[in-house]
Design a binder for this molecule. Sequence first.
Ligand code: AR6
Length: 180
Amino acid sequence: MSAIEVLVGDITQLYVSAIVNAGNTRLTGGGGVDGAIHAAAGADKLHEACAKLGGCPTGDVRLTRGFDLAAEAIIHAVGPVWQGGNRGEPAALRACYRKAMALAAQQGFESIAFSAISCGVYGYPHSLAVDIAVSEVMACFNGADQVQNIGSVKNVIFCCFNEEMAHLYLDRLEMINVGN
Ligand code: AR6
């Protein structure tokens, strides 16, 4: 049985196999959730691990250990900067979710918690980003065409920093349930 949950809280505190960071192409750390994850994981250790990866293109993901986090691993996703929606932003954001799920399955992870990639300083409209997040994860669970099988992944958490964001996820999930 697989499950999707929506939580309000600090992603750095979650006991899961992997948390998904919203990073930048240099993987150098920054503000927002990225800064919080670096601080909680141990900034020096995580910086060193990220430096070895040589960056990550937009729409892609990279893996590091979780170091001092409760989470075993960190999947660093690089979401798009919102530029109006016609510069490949939806495809790049979809790719982040799809690749994070595929990487989690490949690693044999059971639980994965996503931050709201691109929904902070990168300015992605929240409801559009939530649509993509939910539909990509659902497609993975449903084994839709061209979407990697989720294998070991049993539990997906959408970790939100506030109630408003959580409601967007819950509304979207409810719409899907009603439609089925
Ligand atoms: N736990 C869960 N969610 C959080 C936390 C936390 N501790 N802190 C913030 N959020 P952002 P982006 C939410 O700006 O838009 C960085 O500098 C936040 O409320 O962190 O992808 C990177 O280095 C928002 O909903 O990521 C990049 O340069 C969501 O996390 C750039 O920001 C993502 O907001 C990436 O920007």
